[in-house]
Design a protein around this ligand. Structure first.
Ligand SMILES: Cc1cc2nc3c(=O)[nH]c(=O)nc-3n(C[C@H](O)[C@H](O)[C@H](O)COP(=O)(O)OP(=O)(O)OC[C@H]3O[C@@H](n4cnc5c(N)ncnc54)[C@H](O)[C@@H]3O)c2cc1C
Length: 488
């Protein structure tokens, strides 16, 4: 079996951790010929060369000035040219990069290279005849070859042996690839960053209190009206015509920019709405193609998606079919009546990027609130590690108490260090929640985390560091360690 593994060097110079898992997954497949593929600057060659010591004999580096500044559509196009030329049975990508963080390149590449697709793979179950994988949210999936899979953080990349040999790095530029440079790099990218600015959004005035007041404050939060919840971030006077939402979840955000919102059902064959009758003939695997055809015919100005795994897998495929831009994980939308302006936290945190899409339809996945309706969410961060058993016992006891529903949640660092499963992650790349009361314990308050909890009713932060940014987003702060506070 010939396997191409797509890898990216992050801005910090390391191998993207999800791609490390993709490489390890390929190396574990018996008798496979493994080839590495990366698009990046010349310095990536060094990383690729060191990675060949682990098993891949060849690494291809797509390197050309014309490739710089590519968004996910342009990246997928460029990678697809190399994939077509290498003609593998299987392409393995990491779920996402940790700097761009869109999770769009894999699905978009599958469409551009004509491969079947399975995303969010937890385990490769069978490779014989067809490919079967266990996925994070959609159970077991089987597809035919050639295929592309994106993997979760499911393993640890091996270390090189002492006697391991280096392979070779082959460079392909735009000419060698036969690339249409108008579809590459910045030029070929339909999403454009218009501006970026400090993110002040969600800030509150924090009152510092003693730990013994915690229970009283939670009671106070629970009794308050849920007035803050779900309010639109921006008010728009001018409205967009003809906006489609895929499923109900993006409705609230869509209605901030349009009075002309049509829901397109995502439940194949299960809906009685007029539009969905047409869709009842459609197979799940053909959904992206069906929707792209419908959009070509009816020309909506924008298509908005939720931020669940299905949307994140399907939206990039539709974007690739329509050759249009897709902005990931938007936290607010704005319009002048023609253009949709999409806001998302960018890179290292306190920056919000304002993004526009120069093609039509304009597409975005938007942050939507999680459906669970806990009354109090107690979120644990890295600093709550030692106190985790105490906190979980505290939450368990509160739940025994009766009508108030408590739940635990986690920061990304807590998930990455295996304190909690991914389903518990709150934030930009996790879920958004808006309980009446949110307790942030041992969480520093990175803007990526704040993005997922800032719409909560009352926010209480517990942290020994008075300067922790989380206090800027909290109504009440308790300065102390989690061990001290939950000892009670
Ligand atoms: C593109 C991108 C997307 C991201 N998406 C998300 C996301 O969806 N969700 C998310 O959470 N993060 C996300 N992150 C990561 C985010 O930037 C932060 O790194 C992360 O939120 C930090 O987690 P933390 O607060 O648990 O850990 P840290 O930042 O390490 O903070 C730990 C805190 O614990 C405190 N502490 C130490 N000891 C104790 C103690 N004994 N008791 C109590 N407190 C203590 C410390 O003072 C510190 O403030 C993303 C990052 C990027 C680049």
């Amino acid at each position: 079996m010939k396997i191409v593994v797509c890898v990216k060097q992050t801005a910090g110079g390391d191998l993207n951790p999800f791609d490390a898992c993709a490489y390890e997954a390929a190396l574990q497949i018996k008798d496979a010929e493994v080839i590495l593929l990366s698009m990046g600057p010349e310095k990536t060659a060094e990383l690729l060369l060191s990675l060949t010591r682990l098993g891949a004999k060849q690494a291809y580096l797509l390197c050309d000035k014309a490739f710089a500044g590519a968004d996910t559509l342009a990246t997928a196009y460029t990678l697809s040219l190399a994939v077509k030329r290498l003609s593998p049975d299987l392409v393995i990508c990491g779920r996402q990069t940790i700097d761009g963080d869109t999770a769009q390149t894999g699905p978009s590449l599958a469409v551009a290279a004509g491969l079947s697709l399975i995303t969010n793979v937890m385990e490769i179950k069978s490779l014989d005849g067809q490919l079967t994988c266990l996925t994070r949210e959609l159970g077991e999936q089987t597809v035919s070859y050639p295929a592309l899979i994106t993997v979760e953080r499911i393993n640890h990349l091996r270390l090189p042996g002492i006697r391991s040999k280096k392979g070779e790095v082959i460079r392909w530029d735009a000419k060698e690839l036969g690339a249409d440079v108008s579809r590459c790099g910045l030029k070929g990218s339909p999403t454009k960053v218009l501006a970026s600015f400090q993110n002040e959004e969600g800030k509150r005035k924090c009152t510092f209190v003693e730990a013994r007041e915690l229970d009283r404050l939670i009671e106070e939060g629970l009794s308050k009206e849920r007035s803050r919840i779900g309010k639109a971030d921006l008010q728009n006077d001018k409205k967009l015509q003809k906006v489609w939402i895929i499923g109900e979840s993006p409705r609230q955000m869509a209605e901030t920019v349009s009075d002309d919102v049509t829901v397109i059902c995502r439940e194949v064959g299960k809906c009685q709405e007029t539009r969905c009758e047409r869709q009842s003939e459609v197979q799940e695997k053909d959904y992206a193609r069906w929707l792209a055809d419908l959009a070509r015919k009816e020309q909506p100005s924008a298509i908005l998606w939720g931020s669940d795994a299905w949307s994140k897998r399907t939206a990039p495929q539709v974007a690739s079919l329509l050759q249009t831009g897709l902005c990931a994980d938007c936290t607010a939308l704005e319009t002048d009546g023609e253009q949709l302006y999409m806001y998302r936290p960018a890179f290292s945190g306190n920056i919000i990027a304002k993004i526009a899409c120069v093609t039509r339809p304009q597409m975005a996945t938007v942050r939507t609130l999680a459906a669970d309706a806990a009354d109090v969410i107690c979120a644990l961060g890295r600093g709550a590690k030692k106190a985790q058993p105490l906190i979980e016992e505290y939450v368990r006891r509160k739940n025994e108490g009766g009508s108030v529903r408590w739940e635990t949640a986690a920061s990304r660092v807590a998930v990455d260090s295996e304190m909690m499963p991914y389903e518990k992650q709150v934030g930009l790349t996790g879920k958004s929640v808006n309980p009446p009361v949110y307790l942030a314990v041992g969480i520093s308050g990175a803007v990526h985390h704040i993005a997922g909890m800032k719409q909560s009713g009352l926010i209480i932060a517990i942290n020994p560091d008075r300067k922790a940014p989380v206090f800027e987003y909290a109504d009440y702060g308790i300065i102390g360690t989690a061990e001290e506070v939950f000892q009670i």
